[in-house]
Write a protein that binds this ligand. Structure first.
Ligand SMILES: [Zn+2]
Length: 290
């Protein structure tokens, strides 16, 4: 086998091993036409040849229906064709097939080789079979329907491994995509609030920051209390801006505080206006304490 072809086969086999977990010894299902070809091409060591193409140890297998097909062909050659050469070929093929492991297919009525192999391999080739077939129809139908099925056949006495089928390539691509995608469980975990990156960023800074600032305004009422005593001078001046602005620092926050809350304004205006009334009546500021 040429170096280039051997390298291509090794790479191809690597894909089957990687994506479909093929393991040595590779189970190779052999159809009647391939058994016949082994005799016709006088292959002395079929296992060695299969092993060199598939780059590993092989375990040849033949189904009950496939070996029955060889017996039928031998009978046909003897009785109807009366061709002794043909008969000898099938006899040798049967003798060879007997050395291989018999795969029980449990078909009560003997199926054609193609139908039997299709049912044994199944839709997904879950038992990791390889197929050695020379029948064009059998190869074509299984190549198109089963992903992950390596197929070997003879091409003018040269044993070749078929390139990867379209079905297999698409299947591998699909498996790769589903591997990289998140599983349902992973998606569910990510959707919970604790793991959501958006919610952690939004909740963490806003909740502690907003109340702290509100509480920071809390001490302001203390300055309002002091302004009660300072209110006398403001009252004397008769107006807030002239008397209070330069000397009393307490009056400035009180003046500012009319925007944030109404309570500040009322607490300031109440005592001052009362004091004015009290002074007019001649009473002291003591009464405001009560
Ligand atoms: Zn069968």
């Amino acid at each position: 086998m040429r170096q280039k072809r051997a390298k291509a086969y090794r790479r191809l086999l690597h894909h089957y091993v990687l994506h479909y977990q093929f393991r040595e010894p590779y189970q190779v299902l052999i159809d009647p036409t391939f058994a016949e070809a082994l005799v016709r091409f006088q292959v002395h060591e079929p296992l060695k040849q299969l092993g060199s193409v598939l780059h590993g140890k092989v375990k040849p297998m033949i189904t009950q229906c496939c070996i029955a097909a060889l017996y039928d062909a031998e009978n046909h050659a003897r009785n109807e064709l009366q061709n002794s050469d043909e008969q000898q070929t099938y006899k040798q093929a049967i003798a060879l097939a007997k050395t291989w492991e018999r795969r029980k297919c449990n078909h009560k009525e003997t199926q054609t080789a193609g139908a039997c192999l299709a049912s044994v391999i199944g839709e997904k080739n879950q038992h990791r079979y390889m197929l050695a077939a020379d029948d064009v129809q059998v190869r074509r139908s299984l190549r198109r329907s089963v992903p992950g099925l390596p197929i070997v056949h003879y091409s003018q006495s040269v044993l070749v491994l078929e390139p990867m089928s379209d079905v297999t390539e698409r299947h591998i691509m699909h498996m790769e995509q589903s591997k990289s995608a998140l599983s349902i469980e992973e998606q569910r975990i990510l959707q919970t609030p604790a793991f959501s990156p958006a919610s952690t960023n939004a909740n963490a800074p806003s909740q502690p920051a907003a109340p702290k600032r509100k509480r920071a305004k809390g001490p302001n009422p203390l300055s309002v209390k002091k302004s009660k005593s300072a209110g006398k001078s403001a009252g004397k001046a008769g107006g807030l801006p002239e008397g209070s602005a330069p000397s009393k620092s307490h009056a400035i926050p009180a003046g500012r505080s009319d925007t944030p809350s109404q309570s500040y304004v009322s607490s300031i205006s109440h005592p001052t206006s009362q004091r004015r009334r009290n002074k007019k009546r001649g009473r002291g500021s003591h009464s405001t304490v009560q």
